[in-house]
Design a protein around this ligand. Structure first.
Ligand SMILES: [Fe+2]
Length: 444
């Protein structure tokens, strides 16, 4: 008998008649996704009802995948399949290449087929993502009110912002399992508010990951929320300009940290810590930042955190969308190209925090599927949750798999959204803005 090895998953594949399927086997149904009732084509059989459904498919065999026989348990599994006790199964065991997943469009009525085996992690993901989406939309309106209020030197807006930040910091600190979710933030013309909220959220979690005390996290959150308030004094047309800025336009834009300081300085009770972040968030460790050209230790950790997140968000969400970097490439760029400017320790922490494949990254999996990373795993940076492209179901019912649970799958490569075929781009619908929300921040 010839056995072939799958290089990526290190699995061997056998054809096994449905009546030989047992609980504990990793099986793959040799049918397009829409022609069987399971949430995934490849899964570990855990229930008798699954075996029954496999038998009802009326197919001559399913694939059983067995790991390389270097571990005792795996040898046992393989022997169970190939043992003399099961002569019929042995006779029909054939090596197979991995088939490519069938993603061709179909008119089949099975578009409406209910996937009975939707994984619990997928259900949980949808519930949490939808909650985050609602919280994000509600919070972005609050942020808009707060920033506009501050623009008119409103003490009340400052107090409201402080209350909001206190709640966020308390929740974040009390929930170590809080997860970061990708948000679909598509409202145009409100870039300043989206940027403020996104920078705030990511700065809070980076500060928490750096084990800073709650009062410092609070300062960072408030500073991040208002860091670009000075941009509200810069003409919108300049902020949204997609062509390179002229020298005078650049000079005007670079005044926004000072504009920001001028605004908040008119509020007597505006705290000193966040004020420094507003004035210094474009300073860089090499002394080539603005407005003052501060160097190294002159820039405090609180400001460094907001600077890193600010750059990340600007790389992922520039005014000219065609110049947007994927989250993965933005992190790589910051690590490789901005080493002199940014605090390397904090950049490394930021990469660990977002995961190697941050939410929003388009990936190709080891079985050929294409998907978008929608949330990171809290334990394994290489194993995020991915929403898969499958044209046979509407995007709202697209399967979401946790690579932490689907151990037979890996990420093979990242893909730039601009190189995706139009139909896959439209389906996965990568957000025009890469925005995040932590699932425990705030209520719907
Ligand atoms: Fe800025």
């Amino acid at each position: 008998m010839i056995l072939q090895r799958n290089k990526q998953s290190k699995l061997r594949r056998f054809r096994v008649p449905p009546d030989k399927i047992r609980k504990g086997m990793l099986v793959e149904i040799p049918l397009p996704w829409f022609r069987h009732p399971f949430w995934l084509s490849r899964f570990v059989v855990k229930k008798d009802s699954q075996i029954e459904k496999i038998r009802q498919l009326d197919i001559p065999f399913v694939f059983v995948l067995v790991s390389e026989p270097h571990e005792k348990e795996e040898v046992k599994k393989e022997q169970e399949i190939l043992s003399g006790k099961d002569a019929q199964a042995e006779k029909q065991v054939q090596p197979e290449e991995l088939p490519s997943i069938d993603t061709s469009p179909t008119n089949s009525t099975s578009h409406h087929l209910e996937k009975e085996e939707m994984s619990s992690s997928a259900k949980l993901y949808f519930i949490r993502q939808q909650k985050c989406q609602k919280v994000y939309e509600k919070t972005i309106n609050e942020v808009k009110t707060l920033l506009n209020g501050l623009l008119f030197f409103s003490e009340e807006s400052l107090h409201d912002a402080q209350n909001m930040m206190k709640n966020m910091v308390d929740t974040l600190i009390s929930d170590p399992n809080a997860m970061l979710f990708l948000i679909n933030a598509k409202k145009k013309q409100e870039e300043v508010f989206h940027h403020a909220l996104n920078t705030c959220i990511l700065s809070l979690i980076l500060a928490r990951a750096d084990n800073l005390p709650p009062e410092d996290i609070f300062t960072i959150g408030l500073g991040a929320l208002f860091h670009d308030i000075g941009k509200l004094r810069v003409p919108k047309s300049l902020l949204l300009k997609t062509h390179p800025l002229t020298k005078s336009e650049k000079a005007l834009l670079q005044l926004h940290p000072q504009f920001g300081l001028e605004i908040v300085s008119k509020i007597a009770s505006f705290p000193e810590g966040p004020k420094r972040i507003i004035g210094e968030h474009h300073e860089t460790l090499d002394g080539k930042g603005y407005p003052r050209g501060l160097k190294g230790d002159e820039i405090r950790v609180k400001t460094r955190i907001v600077s890193i997140v600010n750059i990340y968000d600007n790389l992922c969400n520039p005014p000219a969308l065609e110049k947007a970097m994927t989250p993965y490439h933005a992190l790589a760029f910051m690590y490789k190209k901005l080493g002199e400017k940014l605090d390397r320790r904090l950049v490394e922490l930021f990469i660990r925090l977002l995961g190697v494949y941050p939410p929003g990254t388009i990936v190709k999996l080891s079985n050929g599927s294409i998907g978008i990373v929608v949330s990171k795993s809290s334990t394994s940076p290489h194993k995020p949750s991915v929403m898969l492209y499958n044209p046979d179901v509407p995007p709202s019912k697209a399967p979401v798999i946790s690579l932490e649970e689907e151990t037979s799958l890996d990420i093979e490569q990242t893909i730039n959204p601009s190189s995706l075929p139009q139909e896959i781009f439209a389906y996965l619908n990568p957000p025009l803005r890469i925005a995040y929300m932590v699932d425990s921040l705030g209520k719907e």
